[in-house]
Design a protein. Structure first.
Length: 251
């Protein structure tokens, strides 16, 4: 499930393969932008902002959001291109394919920041500010904690995996009010640590144990024993997002 760390890592891989190279093919498979062609232009920058990714070429910016199932596949050709491809970029032997992208649009480069102006502090960005993030989190004290953590206007980069894991390490139920968190700054600092430590790998780990099946505290572990107390992990899939929690460790 793509979250801020996945997007940061994806941007790093795209940057390594594309920045400084001249595009030899540009095939945008979104009807609105089907006539756009950056062939002959060099890729200047690839940056991430929360869960958003920008590839800057000339005076334009290719903006994508992975949503639930999207990905960028990058490498020397052949990288597979099928009906799920929304964009294909090639620079000599390198091919980058945006697959099942939730958002793909071409923006004016000097205004691409408008697309992410609503976001809170980026957990993996140079502009990260724990004080602002903590203040944003505490601004609505009656709001359910999980809902607040998932709100990208509060802080940018947390998805459902990290949301559930952060609720566990803070000792609170996902439905607990934000006001139950005694130290919001400590919680956002933990969020930053989780994403920062996972930014350069695809298989995220929040427990500190990278062995298969031991990387996460509660997410995806319904019915299994809590790693701290042994109680069966509960879950609820009745809402928009499935939630997991330990009924003993979280209150």
């Amino acid at each position: 499930m793509p979250e801020g760390d996945t997007v940061w890592h994806t941007a790093a891989v795209l940057r390594e393969h594309l920045v400084g190279r001249t595009l030899t093919r540009c095939d945008v498979r979104v009807p609105r932008y089907a006539t756009v062609d950056f062939t002959g232009q060099a890729v200047d920058e690839v940056i991430s902002r929360g869960k958003h990714l920008f590839i800057r070429v000339g005076q334009a910016s290719i903006h994508s959001h992975l949503k639930m199932d999207g990905s960028w596949r990058v490498g020397d050709r052949p990288v597979r291109v099928d009906h799920r491809a929304r964009i294909v970029l090639e620079a000599g032997p390198v091919r980058a394919v945006g697959v099942d992208l939730g958002v793909l649009e071409i923006l004016e480069r000097d205004r691409d920041g408008d697309a992410v102006a609503h976001l809170g502090p980026d957990l993996l960005g140079e502009d990260w500010d724990a004080t602002i993030a903590a203040a944003n989190l505490a601004a609505q004290p009656d709001r359910p904690l999980a809902q607040a953590l998932l709100d990208q206007r509060v802080l940018a980069g947390i998805g459902n995996v990290y949301c559930n894991e952060l609720c566990f390490v803070s000792g609170h139920l996902p439905t607990a009010p934000v006001s139950a968190v005694a130290d919001p700054r400590r919680l956002v600092a933990r969020a930053r640590d989780m994403l920062w430590l996972n930014r350069s790998r695809w298989n995220r780990c929040t427990t500190g144990d990278t062995r298969a099946g031991r990387q996460l505290w509660v997410y995806g572990r319904a019915g299994q024993g809590c790693r701290r107390c042994g109680a069966p992990i509960n879950y609820d899939d009745s809402g928009e997002r499935v939630t997991y929690w330990c009924p003993s460790c979280q209150r």
